[in-house]
Design a protein. Structure first.
Length: 141
């Protein structure tokens, strides 16, 4: 039996949007004690989740660092650089969808079923996106 090889053309078009969540109004309605509880619970959850990256796959911690560095300059700035590098809007959407999945699952495997997911574009496109980021010029190594 021969294993199936998937190419970018085999994948379904991206239709999901990513939206920023603004919790400022909701948090401002909390009492100080409640706001502190919510804040420190979120901090503990964030710090505790980092172990999941190491448990998910060998490459997941590196993906976390890479994507966090790339997106730390802001989505709009990164999108402009990706566009200037000649990549399409669809490739940008595919990158943001892949990154959102990686962050959501604390790695490049789904949180159930041991199913690995990959970007909907080839390695060369991924490399172009990484090299277009501001983080690449600072952290090439």
């Amino acid at each position: 039996m021969q294993a199936a090889v998937h190419t970018p053309k085999d994948f379904v078009e991206i239709t999901s949007d990513i939206h920023k969540i603004d919790a400022k109004k909701a948090v401002s309605q909390l009492e100080d004690k409640e706001a502190n509880y919510a804040y420190y619970m979120a901090q503990a959850s964030w710090q505790g989740s980092k172990i999941c990256w190491f448990q998910r796959s060998y490459e997941s911690p590196a993906l976390f660092v890479l994507l966090k560095l790339m997106f730390s300059e802001g989505c709009e700035s990164l999108k402009a650089k990706v566009s200037a590098a000649g990549l399409t809007d669809d490739q940008w959407k595919q990158m943001t969808a892949y990154s959102a999945c990686v962050f959501n699952n604390c790695g490049n495997f789904r949180s159930f079923g041991d199913t690995k997911f990959v970007p909907e574009f080839d390695q060369e496109t991924f490399s172009k996106i990484v090299k277009a980021s501001g983080a690449y010029s600072t952290h090439k190594e």
